[in-house]
Design a protein around this ligand. Structure first.
Ligand SMILES: Cc1cc2nc3c(=O)[nH]c(=O)nc-3n(C[C@H](O)[C@H](O)[C@H](O)COP(=O)(O)OP(=O)(O)OC[C@H]3O[C@@H](n4cnc5c(N)ncnc54)[C@H](O)[C@@H]3O)c2cc1C
Length: 453
């Protein structure tokens, strides 16, 4: 198994993946910094508005988190619905769940409309429970989905074995309208669509500084009416909001292709995208050419400052996976790669537009491709001042100074790891909707009753 991002391998099949860097000083209406799915979604919104739009990307389009990701397009990236209901009540939870739902819709529509070749797969989501507590998590998610009137199917330990070839799981909840994607090819495909629509894209162009309306790279600069930052691993020299961002490390691996018989032995009926109920969960799905994409991590490396380039963690994930699916014991995993996901202390994105600098916008800490896509689109719409907007309230949910368990200044004393873990644990397990509306209470009572039984 070699250390190499599989999606970069898939780039070998496309023409000219690299756009030349910016080498002059130019003017534009809008400059977008960072071309992951967020920056590209922002640019996509502007494509037919008659504005001069420039994208500056330090690597290649999709070259960071987006192009390393497992490409699960599901609303359920880290933030389970039951947690959102406890934190924000049913109305707030629905409001927030609509964010990734809209993000998925934007990506799906773009893929279909422009026929972007990115291994787009229709794959129902399967959230799999492990053990007794996992079964409780599954039921909790099920009740939450019912409460908000979403469709889903519940499987217990026996019925789940009809759809997944192992007895390792205590149950599952399944839902539709989720997809698998090669997000690097998606970003490269979006690059072509945007360029065709007159948007200028400069790759290998890292923004080093921002002053008033001008962002500067090594070899040039852009002066623009509006500046939209969708950059990851933001440096504090660019903004003090970089302090609000943390990173969670996960590892991915890809197998050699499976034959049809092996595929059927794992997915007898349908090909799902799956993840389990453990704290540092593992996740897997099939690519279009029948390779298993398998990911996971461990507590020791989740918060590492740098990428861990050894195969130790992923080997453990593969070993556990093969224990669950002994029919795959001889399957080879050929490539692996690490990635650090930008996140905030409570896993919700942060969007900044300060009164003092209303022309500068920041999209930060989006956990999940759909969340990032929505946020890029959202910020672009609001930067443009689209008159028909009725979703300005998302600025409130995502404001940088929203309530956290521990304030940021304490980080200087307790350190980044504790600051993140305490805030994250509070958001995940304890934060409560202050209004505690009636439906939340009913849900909590229900939860108590099946925990007691
Ligand atoms: C290993 C891994 C697996 C994941 N799996 C999934 C998954 O299955 N499903 C899912 O929904 N999410 C997944 N995620 C999370 C998801 O990838 C991210 O949440 C999402 O890609 C964030 O998109 P973004 O556009 O905000 O950031 P990014 O994709 O990181 O884009 C930011 C861009 O900004 C550029 N940049 C940074 N600094 C500068 C600068 N100074 N100047 C110019 N450009 C700059 C970077 O090069 C980068 O291209 C995964 C992430 C990782 C790392």
């Amino acid at each position: 198994m070699i250390l190499q991002n599989w999606w970069f391998t898939t780039l070998l099949g496309i023409d000219s993946p690299l756009q030349a860097p910016l080498t002059k000083d130019i003017k534009a209406d809008i400059v977008i910094v960072g071309a992951g799915v967020a920056g590209l979604a922002a640019a996509y919104y502007f494509r037919n508005k008659g504005l001069q739009v420039v994208i500056l990307e330090k690597n290649i389009c999709g070259g960071s988190s987006s192009g390393k990701s497992a490409g699960f397009l599901t609303p359920d990236s880290e933030l389970e619905l039951s947690q959102l209901i406890r934190r924000f009540g049913p109305t707030g939870a629905k409001d927030l769940w609509n964010v990734p739902l809209k993000g998925i819709e934007i990506m799906k529509t773009a893929v279909q409309e422009h026929q972007i070749q990115c291994d787009f797969q229709v794959q129902d989501s399967l959230f799999l429970g492990i053990g007794k507590s996992g079964w409780q998590d599954i039921q909790e998610e099920m009740e939450s989905r019912k409460l908000l009137e979403f469709d889903q199917i519940l499987y217990d330990a026996v019925s789940v074995q009809k759809i997944i070839g192992t007895n390792a799981y205590s149950g599952a909840v399944r839902y539709k309208n989720t997809y698998g994607i090669d997000a690097l090819l998606y970003c490269q495909g979006m690059k072509k669509v945007l360029m065709k629509n007159g948007i200028d894209i400069y790759e290998a162009s890292e923004v080093l500084s921002i002053k008033d309306h001008t962002v500067t790279t090594h070899l040039g600069s852009v002066t623009a009416e509006q500046i939209i930052f969708c950059a990851d691993k933001l440096q504090s020299k660019l903004s003090h909001f970089a302090d609000n961002i943390y990173h969670a490390q996960t590892f991915l691996s890809i197998s050699e292709p499976l034959n049809e018989q092996m595929v059927k032995s794992i997915f007898p009926e349908d090909r799902f995208q799956c993840w389990d109920s453990t704290l540092v969960y593992s996740y897997f799905r099939l690519t279009g050419d029948n390779r298993i994409l398998l990911g996971g991590g461990d507590m020791m490396t989740t918060f590492s400052k740098n990428d861990i380039n050894s195969a130790r963690v992923i080997n453990k994930v593969i070993h556990q996976f093969k224990n669950k699916f002994p029919q795959l014991k001889d399957l080879n995993f050929i490539q692996f790669w690490p990635g650090r996901i930008d996140t905030t202390r409570d896993l919700l994105p942060t969007i900044v537009r300060e009164d003092a600098n209303p022309h500068v916008h920041f999209v930060l800490g989006c956990v999940g491709l759909p969340w990032a896509t929505f946020c890029g689109n959202f910020v672009a719409r609001h930067a443009h001042g689209d008159g028909s907007l009725d979703d300005g309230h998302y600025y409130e949910y995502f404001r940088p100074d929203r309530k956290f368990f521990l304030p940021l200044w304490l980080e200087k004393i307790v350190g980044k790891k504790i600051e993140f873990s305490a805030n994250n644990g509070w958001a995940k397990y304890y934060q409560k909707d202050v209004k505690r509306d009636k439906q939340t209470k009913i849900l909590i009572e229900k939860r108590k009753s099946y925990v007691e039984n």
